[in-house]
Design a protein around this ligand. Structure first.
Ligand code: MAN
Length: 553
């Protein structure tokens, strides 16, 4: 059959090639050039004797009377190019010394010898056509597979979605139930915890009040220099901390003001009325004395009121009443430890101050301070809940866990539903064939960048020399021209471009036997173009017979 067709085509070619016609006229136009009738210019403007055709003089304004010479500007010369493709060239190229037609007919004046290479070109053309046809056949076959898979995937995803929608309703119910249980378990838990915490806060308040009272008692003892269990104006007047106007002395008025207008106050009155007003600036008279001593090179008198603060390991002369208070306070309020009673030894050594300094610099002092802080923190820490509260917390924890699990399961299902809806809402081509590209990324590297296309998702650019990835756009739409919508895709809203549009990519599809990016360019700044080969873009190859006829012609 094929052979017969070939013979037929050869005969047709032969007949056509022998139809008499003036030089440079295509077979299809031969009927307009009949030697037995006058020639009518093709634009109908003139009629001339047939002898005027190709007489190297331009008679017709449209140049149709000189198809085989270069006489008419804009005229057309037709080369048959038997064995290859026919060609129309500008008649100005006739006899210009350059072979434009592969059959050499455009250079007929003999000034130049043109080799007829139409057969060779025809052979190459047919080979190329064969290659393309093969590629199309192969690609198209693959495309059928992708169509089938794409359709199956769609059906499967539809069914999955349906199932997940059902699961979601159940999971919502479970979550609601767990939420109820959680609320139920949390109410008694909160009540018990609040009760425990409130009791602890009250305890802290009580402890603070006790500490405060102890501080006041110590202050009272420290200020009561003559130990008559009263604090009088004269005891106040000796201490510079009460010098409110800083004029170097504590006046009667100043002293009286501190004692709330009284001449003297007992401990209760002091704690209730005086202490709240002086506690902000109150300093142990010990430290005042010490400060004085630091400023005077020679101390003539022994300390008048109280000894300096006590430190463990350093025996000092001290007031026993204050000391008792100190010890009590230290014990109850976690102040730095007071020395043991047998430290109560008179030590009039003048090196006392040096001892203090040494002590403050010593490791022992630091250790004691850290220990004290730890003890204090320990003491301020809320005690564990009782067993009943712990049981309520455990039950509420369990209910919370179950609620969180139910919530997580629901969220996971909702995410899956969202993914499926997004999949099903995407156009994967007329027959779902492009779905094969979904979820896959393809790279292309040129001189400067590696480009990546993750189909139906995003496109990026990464400099080869290192550095971060730049977004060139996210999946936007099919963007082929007119009817050929599936010929191109647009990825848009990529990283903004300095002084330009947000980056975007247009992907141009062509038929190939595998999926790959074949080119990447930037035709205009920040607007990129990718070439992409894929079997999904192959069309049914042309039938062989039609092609054969074309070849032979
Ligand atoms: C980067 C790349 C280029 C782009 C310029 C624009 O260098 O993304 O492709 O042209 O930025 O400033």
């Amino acid at each position: 059959m094929k052979y017969q067709l070939f013979i037929l085509c050869c005969l047709v070619s032969l007949c056509l090639a022998t139809i008499p016609r003036p030089r440079g006229v295509a077979i299809s136009m031969a009927s307009f050039y009949r030697p037995d009738v006058p020639f009518r210019c093709r634009d109908g403007s003139k009629e001339i004797p047939f002898e005027y055709v190709n007489d190297d003089y331009c008679d017709c304004p449209d140049g149709t009377d000189e198809p085989g010479t270069s006489a008419c500007p804009g005229g057309k010369f037709h080369c048959t190019n038997a064995g290859f493709r026919p060609l129309n060239i500008l008649s100005s190229r006739v006899n210009d010394g350059i072979c434009d037609c592969c059959d050499g007919t455009d250079e007929w004046d003999g000034n130049i010898d043109c080799v007829n290479n139409c057969k060779e070109l025809g052979k190459k053309m047919r080979e190329e056509a064969d290659r393309i046809r093969q590629l199309q056949e192969e690609g198209y076959k693959l495309k059928q597979k992708f169509i089938e898979e794409g359709k199956q995937a769609k059906e499967q995803k539809k069914a999955e979605l349906e199932q997940l929608e059902k699961n979601k309703i159940e999971l919502e119910a479970v979550k609601t139930e767990m939420e109820g249980k959680k609320t139920e378990a949390e109410a008694p838990e909160k009540e018990a915890k609040d009760k425990h915490e409130q009791a602890w806060n009250e305890e802290l308040e009580r402890r603070n009040a006790e500490k405060e009272r102890l501080r006041a008692e110590i202050a009272f003892a420290e200020l009561d220099a003559n130990k008559d269990n009263k604090i009088s104006l004269s005891e106040i007047k000796g201490l510079s901390m009460f010098d409110v106007d800083s004029n170097g002395e504590v006046s009667d008025d100043e002293a009286k003001e501190h004692l709330e207008g009284e001449e003297e106050v007992d401990q209760d009155h002091f704690i209730l009325k005086v202490w709240p007003n002086i506690k902000q600036f109150y300093k142990s008279p010990d430290s005042e004395e010490q400060a004085k001593g630091d400023n005077q090179e020679v101390t003539t008198e022994p300390p008048e009121v109280l000894p300096p603060p006590l430190r463990p390991g350093f025996p000092r002369h001290r007031n026993p009443a204050v000391e008792r208070q100190r010890q009590l306070f230290a014990k109850r309020a976690s102040l730095p430890d007071s020395p043991t009673p047998h430290d109560d030894v008179v030590d009039d050594d003048n090196d006392d101050d040096d001892d203090d300094d040494e002590y403050e610099d010593s490791e022992e002092y630091e250790e004691n301070k850290t220990e004290d802080n730890k003890d204090q923190q320990e003491e301020d820490k809320m005690p564990d809940y009782d067993e009943a509260t712990k049981a309520l917390i455990a039950a509420a924890d369990e209910a919370r866990q179950q609620f969180n699990d139910a919530d997580a399961k629901l969220k996971e299902t909702e995410n899956q539903i969202r993914d499926l809806q997004s999949y099903l809402g995407t156009d994967y081509g007329p027959n779902e064939e492009y779905s094969v590209l979904k979820g896959n990324c393809y790279e292309y590297t040129d001189r400067e960048y590696t480009y990546k296309l993750c189909a139906f998702d995003r496109a990026t650019q990464r400099p080869k020399s290192g550095g971060s990835e730049t977004s060139l756009g996210n999946w936007g739409k099919w963007d082929g021209p007119g009817e050929d919508k599936y010929a191109a895709q647009k990825y848009e809203n990529g990283q903004s471009c300095w002084n330009g549009p947000n980056r975007s990519v247009k992907v141009y599809f062509k038929c190939g036997t595998e999926h790959k990016v074949t080119s990447a360019s930037e035709p205009s700044r920040c607007e990129y173009a990718f070439g992409f080969e894929t079997p999904t873009h192959c069309t049914a190859p042309p039938t062989r017979s039609a092609d054969d006829v074309h070849d032979e012609l």
